[in-house]
Design a protein around this ligand. Structure first.
Ligand code: HT7
Ligand code: ZN
Length: 854
């Protein structure tokens, strides 16, 4: 199998300027006629090689002449046309079978509706094409389908005609005036409910907004529609960017490989990121909807108007668009809490990716299957890299860079270097060293030592950065690290922004007394910080630092220290009691919560398994699970009255998705979680489950019962299943809760879940709800000593590989990092991976499994 390399990039020899597609839809035999205007870049005739996969090619015509089958060649992945003139019209006739398409790439059916997914290389499953992002063409799309069964016939751009044919079919034509790569093509046909709205842009253009959802779900689309309006306004106000077509459509489908897709003018969304109301969706669901609606909308400029030259540049659009959606969410709610969430993602999933066999820079250098590189590194570390530019250049400098980027590159397919150059040129600043972030994988370790010279009244920080070799890259160089710092002294906070450019650097500060350094405030660079804090210093930072992220981080570090101490005690058979200072901090916080209740809730939460696991090279899974459970138990019993009082003080109001309400529910849920660990809380749990008017509070009860293995769990879960049996989106929550129950009975449960009438192996949402939750939220059983958890997941991965390789390759991730676990787990995991590798795997799965065994 041949991986592609960034260094092999060559501009295309031919391009396609105009595309006309005509689809006559039929579930098992859709007829497609594709007409391309093909132009050679050099002005010379040559061989045209088009990409194609699993296509039934019926005919090929060149400038109106039908070609003989011996004048072209068809291979498993290409259509090769020798002697292609410098300028010609190529016509292909193709037959497609959407019903048989379970990979959900190309043209497929979702609950009877036609739907497409073309990013990254899915268009080649619709037609032979130059399926690469640097070929930009104007698309015209004709769709012909039965008018009764498929009243909505949608594609990119503007609708220019709609005609009812004598045979009862309708013929519609869409024209997209913006040249685009094939990955942004979309077609949808179905019978939906449509929620309509409109938006007037800053320059006064009227845009129709249309949300297409499954019948009966229109009421659940209002929040997404309002989110879209907020995103449109935000992009105008923050970046001066307006929408450019007459209509913006969003279609919600249940069968979908990822979250959503930014096809030009016609976004396709996983229904779980569109549909929400208070009784079926949680506060987190509402939050995600707003953020993903924003993300896809922001792609219209960062991705669509300016796109990627090749797929190695994916972070050009994804890192930047995640950064933009994070800024949007921060402006819509709490900047601190949003930042904390982003930091958690980096510290858990991204650092783990760096430490595993799939480590890669935000601009990968080598790829076998592109779908494997839609990663937390490309997306979230990519966003951190953009954020560092924002930090270094400041808000105004960053905006200048963005303006220049659009001025230079609107309508083009460009590289990450082009983006950095725009930032550099707009600000007159050399960013050569900064560019290393695009080339280098791995997590930099930042070691800091301090010294205070009382005589000279000088405080010195000695900083050392080092990045260890990763699976993909042995040698590393120093990076440009923006290090935000606060010095806490004399009851004040003095802010600094340091720029570290060398492997080792010393910084000196004039201060009249020994300060406490708050290092890496706002998590100003995606690194692991090592500094010997004392417990009292961390508690002081948690109380006095200006930066909320640093305050939260101080508590995280305190917990990390407790984890190490408790595991040491456990290994010597001693009992470990949480220190009085920490309990006192919690007692005071509970007695007098901060004004920001959501932030208070974050501070009161013991870090999750993933967070604490990251500090170990070899993760002691069962010890960690035990210790974290023990900490919650200790906090619950020692502060039981405080949890009760705090819980009672937070009277529930009628549900609103509004910042203060969300915060109050978050704090209430934290109290409830602890209370579930103590006897005598049944009534309170039952009460909240039965009388709350919203899904957030109901789910909080179920989660609390699950985490504390509370006897009420089974009874309430049975009720929940019965209540929501006909609503698959809500039932997914039940699937996940069932699969994350931390007892050995879960293995029987998993079997029962896959036999559930609402479960389907063809639907990624169901599969992820069960098995994603199993490995992400049930470390105790996933890593059970007999290796059963690994075997279960491996079987599922293999089964899925023949149905949907993209989903299979995502599910395999937790099996790959076998080197991070203890000896017995290593053996079990390795054997499971070796067995897998001996099978006939998709490229998606092969790339990951083979790398893990290297
Ligand atoms: N740009 C999209 C990435 C994507 C995708 C989406 C849905 C299904 C399959 C997909 N492959 C790649 C989503 C985004 O980042 O906005
Ligand atoms: Zn994106």
């Amino acid at each position: 199998r041949q991986a592609k390399k960034l260094s092999d990039y060559k501009a295309p020899e031919f391009t396609i300027t105009d595309v006309e597609l005509s689809f006559e839809l039929s579930p098992e035999a859709t007829a497609l006629t594709a007409v391309y205007q093909v132009v050679s870049a050099s002005g010379k005739a040559g061989t045209l090689i088009l990409d194609g996969q699993e296509l039934k090619l019926l005919s090929v015509s060149l400038d109106g002449q039908l070609l003989n089958a011996d004048s072209y060649q068809v291979t498993a992945e290409q259509l090769i046309l020798p002697g292609m003139p410098a300028k010609a019209q190529l016509e292909l006739k193709i037959e497609l079978n959407p019903k048989a398409n379970t990979a959900l790439e190309g043209l497929y059916l979702s609950n009877g509706a036609y739907c497409t997914q073309c990013e990254a290389e899915g268009f080649r499953r619709i037609s032979y094409y130059l399926d690469r992002p640097d070929v930009l063409a104007r698309f015209t799309t004709h769709i012909i389908a039965d008018d009764n069964t498929y009243p909505a016939l949608l594609s990119n751009g503007n609708l220019v005609s709609s005609t009812l044919l004598p045979d009862g079919r309708r013929h519609v034509t869409w024209v997209d005036p913006f040249p685009k790569p094939s990955y942004l093509f979309a077609l949808v046909a179905g019978d939906f409910d449509c929620l309509k709205g409109s938006y007037t842009t800053g320059s006064g253009r009227e845009v129709a907004l249309e949300f297409y959802v499954d019948k009966g779900n229109k009421q659940r689309a209002h929040f997404a529609l309002e989110s879209l309006k907020r995103a449109m306004l935000w992009d105008e106000q923050s970046f001066g960017l307006e929408y450019d077509l007459d209509v913006y459509m969003v279609v919600a489908v249940d069968f979908f490989n990822m979250g959503a897709m930014e096809n030009k003018g016609l976004n396709v969304f996983n229904s779980k990121y569109v549909l929400a109301d208070q009784s079926s969706a949680t506060d987190t669901d509402f939050f995600n909807i707003e953020s993903i609606i924003g993300h896809e909308y922001f792609h219209n400029w960062t991705g669509n108007r300016v796109t990627c030259r090749d797929w190695f540049q994916l972070s050009l659009k994804e890192g930047l668009t995640v950064f933009r959606d994070q800024q949007f969410s921060a402006d819509m709610g709490s900047a601190t809490l949003n930042r904390i969430d982003a930091v958690k993602t980096i510290r858990t999933a991204q650092f783990a990716e760096d430490a595993g066999p799939m480590a890669h820079p935000i601009r990968p250098q080598q790829v076998l299957e592109m779908n494997n590189f839609y990663t937390v590194t490309v997306y979230d570390k990519g966003a951190e890299v953009i954020r560092m530019l924002h930090t270094l250049l400041g808000q105004a400098g960053f905006r200048k860079g963005m303006d220049l980027y659009f001025k230079r590159h609107d309508g083009q397919a460009v590289t990450c270097d082009d983006f950095v150059s725009a930032m550099q040129d707009a600000n007159g600043r050399d960013l050569t060293l900064f560019s290393r972030w695009y080339q280098q994988s791995g997590t930099p370790q930042l070691k800091v030592h301090s010294h205070y010279d009382a005589k000279k009244r000088e405080f010195k920080l000695l900083m050392q950065q080092h990045t260890a070799g990763t699976a993909d890259q042995a040698e590393k160089l120093p990076l440009l690290l923006p290090v935000r710092l606060e010095l806490l002294a004399e009851g004040k906070s003095y802010p600094y922004l340091l720029e570290m450019t060398e492997a080792e650097q010393e910084f000196t500060f004039a201060v009249s007394q020994k300060p406490i350094p708050v290092l890496l405030a706002d998590f100003s660079a995606p690194v692991k910080l090592h500094y010997q804090y004392q417990m009292d210093e961390l508690l002081l930072i948690a109380r006095d630092a200006k930066d909320g992220v640093a305050r939260w981080d101080a508590i995280q570090q305190l917990w990390q220290m407790q984890v190490i101490a408790a595991i040491d005690a456990k290994n010597t058979g001693a009992e470990y009691l949480l220190p009085g200072e920490l309990l006192e901090f919690y007692r005071q916080l509970l007695a007098k919560p901060l004004e920001d209740l959501a932030f208070t809730a974050e501070l009161l939460t013991v870090p999750g398994y993933d967070m604490v696991a990251e500090q170990f090279d070899e993760i002691p899974v069962q010890d960690l699970v035990w210790v974290l459970q023990n900490f919650q138990q200790q906090l619950a019993t020692k502060l039981v009255e405080q949890w009760r009082l705090c819980y009672k003080s937070l009277h529930p109001a009628a549900y609103q998705y509004q910042e203060q309400h969300v915060a109050k529910r978050a704090l209430r849920s934290v109290c409830l979680q602890y209370l579930a660990f103590v006897v005598g809380s049944d009534e309170l749990l039952r009460q909240q489950y039965q009388h709350s008017d919203n899904m957030t509070d109901q789910l909080a009860v179920l989660r609390s019962c699950r985490t504390a293995s509370h006897p009420l769990f089974a009874e309430l879960m049975a009720d929940f299943e019965q209540r929501w049996n006909n609503d698959v989106l809500v039932l997914d929550k039940w699937f996940s809760l069932s699969a994350s129950y931390p007892q050995s009975s879960v293995f029987d449960t998993l079997e029962q879940l896959t036999a559930h009438p609402q479960f389907s192996w063809q639907n990624p949402n169901r599969v992820r709800a069960v098995f994603g939750a199993f490995y992400q939220q049930n470390p105790q059983m996933f890593h059970s000593a007999d290796g059963k958890g690994y075997q279960v997941l491996a079987d599922v991965v293999l089964k899925m590989d023949s149905i949907n390789p993209q989903v299979a390759a995502r599910l395999v991730t937790p099996l790959l990092s076998w080197k991070r676990y203890q000896a017995q787990s290593q053996l079990q995991l390795k054997s499971v991976l070796q067995t897998m590798l001996a099978k006939d795997l998709s490229d998606d799965l092969y790339e990951k499994v083979s790398k893990s065994l290297n």
